[in-house]
Structure formats: structure tokens, C-alpha cells
Design a protein around this ligand. Sequence first.
Ligand SMILES: Cc1ncc(COP(=O)(O)O)c(C=O)c1O
Length: 477
Amino acid sequence: MPYPPEKRTDSAHLYLNISLKLKKLLRHHTEPEQKLPSLRQISEEFNISLSTAQSAYQQLIDEGLVQVRPRSGYFLTPDKRQQSLQPQMPAATPGAERVKVSELVIRMLSLARQKPVINLGTAVPEPELMPLEELAKVQRQISQRTHWAYGGYSPTGGEPALQKALADYLHEKEILCQPEQLLITNGCTEALRIALIECTRPGDIVAIESPTYFTILQQLESLGLKALEIPTSPESGMDLELLSTMMSAIRVNACVVNPVGHNPLGFIMSDQKKRQLIALCHSHGTRLIEDVIYMDMAYDSQKVLPLKALDQHHVVSQCGSFSKSLSPALRVGWLIPAGTPAPATSSKFLTNVSVSTPCQLSVARMLEKGLYQKSVRKNTRLHAGRVLQTREWILQRFPEGTRVSLPQAGFMLWVELPEPWKAMPIHQKALEKGVLFLPGDVFSPTSDLYSRYLRINCCACKPEEVLEGIKRISRCF
Ligand SMILES: Cc1ncc(COP(=O)(O)O)c(C=O)c1O
């Protein structure tokens, strides 16, 4: 039966809605050679124009689900088998809730410090996958030639040399900001906290991806904010249709996303979807906070744009850092506030005045000399290979019915165990065998939502050690 004419006039919302409906129809198309409905059929079925139908298909092409064959039409992508092994995500009941995860997260993270374990839990690549020798050389030069760096405070906004080098680097990502618009922070964690403080008051509602990086949950908890969990696909990201419905029903003050190399799912949001999210937040007066810590780790060498590069409305605050790609110990990150940097800068001054000067100068040199850029290019290729290899090891050894994400960036896998397995008891047994992974429970404020899921870092140690870890976990079932 044809759908009634769409009431929405906003074309971005319209083709997004249609692409979501199309996605549901695609579930019945399992044969790769089966042709999908033509543009004309879609236009008649949904009572929309041909160009809207085309945009809806384009969305699915961007998400890697559909391909267009010249003069033949639209088809499912051949790697549908791989896609079909991706985790199926449960949906949290929509509603904004206070968060209480810190105790569990702190307990889990403290386990990482109890050696000896094969640590597949912490989200840091092994030292060989970071340019630490080059960094040590640069730091030696700084300590020998730049004594002044140890004798005073940096300006709160940041060392001008780093602000300039970072602004130049971000220009390559099509972010046209001036150096003084950048606030240099103690890692991405501080940037996220300042960004949230800037646009919320206790009791406010923040939309988050489900699952999400647990420190975002801890931040919401400590700032007295409520989390509105939005189901998030391992292939394409947040369910914008549901977000839009919720934003029309309740006031959402901020929305936090990790759009490029999501932790823990590993997807990259399509540019079309990024634009829709920006438009949605703009139309509801909601601050959009993006965490781009994995931005440099996309497997495809094609340019990946962060939300900030597409933000014509000044609704996006960008938080990033060098913790995963250069060194977590330097604690150097940044915030590009959506508006003027002054309030964020005074907020930072009150917590820790400024970031360590020698650390800032080290990052500036690594960027200026191109050493950082060279290292991320090389290491990202290594991540991709190791992630795919680990995925195969898991699919071969874990119980039948296990599903594993197919990341587009980063070095982590999100694993769904089949019924009746739960991650927590496996986690306990694995620890006894000397292996640590993170159970899904820490990635959501809703208890039990991800009790059958877990996250594995595929690059935390040498491949032989990762394999040994996977073998030991598989003996826990
Ligand atoms: C998505 C995400 N954001 C932020 C952080 C923390 O970054 P930093 O160490 O720079 O504070 C992490 C670390 O795991 C992360 O995965």
C-alpha cells in the first residue's frame, strides 16, 4: 500500500526518513544479485520526488549498504555477508535518565593496572604503534634548547606555536579556525568536560550515542546531567529519526557524538548524515559536541571530514586529542568551542591554569616536522590489518552466533555474544586466565542493555599476544 504524502517540508529530514524506511525494506533482500526497487518505484511508493528518492539511496550508498551499477540499478553491496555478521543492537527505552556508572567503570579500569594481564581492555595501541622514538628526540631537543619552557606557565588558551601548528593541521580537514580560537586542553577528557559545562546546567538533558565511551557517561554523572540514549548502528551511527522525534518532544540541551571511528563501534558517519545532524541540532537550539579523538585513524585514505568542517551554523564544539595517535601521557588535546573561546578559557583557568609547556611544544614540533602525520598514515594501515585479523580469530573461536563489528577506523571491535552468554561472568573467568577486556555494561547508563556485548582492543599488544588472549577468552565459554 502506498505511503501517505510526507508532511515534512524539510528536505534533509524527508530523505533521511525515506532512507530509514528503505533500510527496513532491505532486510528482505538477502540475495546480492537481487535488484532493489528503482527510483521511480520508490518515488511512487513513498509519494516523493525522484530527486528525494535519489538522495535517500545516496544515504544508503554512503553507509556502504547499497551500490549503484551503471545502467542496471541499485543492488546490495557484495560484502553483505560481512555486514550481516555485525552486532544487532538492542534499543534502550527512550527517556532521559540520571547516570550512575562511575563505580563500575572505576572497578573495571583498576583491573587494567593489576598485572600481569593480556590487556585487551584499555583503549590505547601498543607503544610500537605510536611515534615514541621521534617524540623522545623532539623532547630532548626541547629540554636542551628551550629552557624557558620549564620556567613559567603557558597562556591558558595554549602555546602559540601549538595553536598555530594545530590550526594548520585542522585546515587540512577543512576546519577554518584561527589559532586563537583553539583552546589547548589536558586531553580530550578536559575538552569534553569544558564543552559540556559551557552549554548545560545540572538536570539538563544530553543526547548520547548508545553505546558510548564510558567517560562521557561519567562526565554526565558528575555534572548532574541526564542521559538520553539514542540507538546507534554499528554501520552508520545514531538513529537521527528517533533523535528528531525526541527533540520535538523534550528540550535536549546538548548532543555528544563520536562521528569518526566511534568508540566502541568503529563506524564513520556519512557526510550526508553529519549535515542532517548539524541541521537538526541547529533547528532545536541544541549544542552539538563532537569527539574526534580517532579522526586520524580512518582505514580508507579518502579524506574524512569532522562535523566542525561542515558546521555553517556554529553549533558544533569540537573536542580532540593526540592520546591515541601520538602519546596518551602528554595529555595534550584541544577544544574548538562553538562560540567565542573566552568562557571556555576562563573555565579551564579555574581548573588547571594551562597545559604543560614542554608537552605542548613537543606536539607542535611533531606537527611542524610532519612526523605525526607520517606516523598516523603508517599506523592506521597496521590497525586495519590487525582489526580484520582479530575479527576472524573471534568469529572462528567464540560460540556460534557471535557477531562482530566491522570498523572503518580505530583499533577496537565490539562483539555480541549469542544467548545465553553474558559478558560479565566471561570477563571474570578471563581475568583468572590473565586476560582483560571490557564488558559492554560500562558503555551504557541502562543496566543490562549491553550485558551480552564486549569490547576488544586489537592493537593493545603484539598480534601473537592478542591471539593468545582470544584463545584464552574462548576457553571461558
Ligand atoms: C572516544 C574517546 N574520547 C576521549 C577519550 C579520552 O581521551 P584523552 O586521553 O585525550 O583524555 C578516549 C579514550 O579512550 C576515547 O576513546
